[in-house]
Design a protein around this ligand. Structure first.
Ligand SMILES: *Cc1c(COP(=O)(O)O)cnc(C)c1O
Length: 219
């Protein structure tokens, strides 16, 4: 594993494909805290975990010297464990989960930065709301005291072709820009999280400004 070279390569590809500033989330699920520390030594600051327990564990070792994002499906009964540890939740996918996050955030005296996860291609195995539910969910989340809605997130199907990926990502970018426009008094809407190791270059070309790269960093 050469984390330094991997990060350099990814950051070069970001420069070559991005249309503006981009946040690289290094997805550290299944890697050790020592490997996270190596990435930190080479300038990486933001890490993504898809499981609450692993985020808690890494947080208790490394703490606030890194920034932690929760990127995977979140069960309502686990929200309380990460409300003071995650600085962004990418994976809000139901009104029930949004309610619970808001409740826990209010109890902790904060507003939780969140993204709404969208299942653009209606894959059965993936979470996220369908495109036609996005407007209603955005409106709902905007009304919750403990939630600071910052944008949209998606995961594309692993088997999608390049042209399918372009289509999926550009569809979500269009939706993101519509929401930004509709709530343009609200500068909070500024994040479009899409792209992983195999498709982040296409996602960047289609307007992503947060990418979540695991294998690409830690291999
Ligand atoms: C694991 C994971 C990633 C990173 O996947 P790689 O293919 O390893 O880059 C991104 N987003 C989510 C939600 C994940 O669970």
């Amino acid at each position: 594993m050469n984390i330094e070279a991997n990060l350099r390569e990814i950051n070069d590809k970001i420069k070559a494909n991005a249309t503006g500033p981009v946040t690289l989330v290094a997805v550290s699920k299944m890697v050790t805290c020592d490997e996270v520390r190596v990435a930190m030594e080479h300038g990486q600051t933001v890490f993504g975990e898809n499981r609450v327990q692993e985020l808690q564990k890494k947080y208790s070792d490394i703490g606030d010297s890194a920034t932690w994002h929760l990127i995977g499906h979140l069960q309502t009964n686990k929200v309380k464990y990460i409300i003071d540890k995650a600085s962004l939740i990418h994976s809000v996918d139901s009104t029930r989960l949004a309610d619970e996050i808001s409740k826990c955030a209010v109890a902790a005296g904060k507003q939780m930065p969140c993204l709404l996860q969208v299942n653009v291609s209606k894959e059965e195995s993936k979470s996220g709301v369908y495109m036609e539910e996005v407007d209603r969910m955005v409106e709902y989340m905007m009304g919750l005291a403990g939630i600071r809605l910052q944008g949209l997130m998606t995961m594309a199907p692993a088997a999608a072709t390049d042209s399918e990926l372009h289509k999926i990502f550009s569809q979500l970018n269009k939706k993101y820009l519509d929401i930004k426009q509709e709530y343009n008094h609200n500068k909070d809407i500024c994040m479009l999280s899409m792209g992983m190791t195999h498709d982040f270059e296409i996602a960047l070309q289609e307007g992503a400004n947060i990418i979540r790269v695991g294998t690409g960093v830690f291999h």
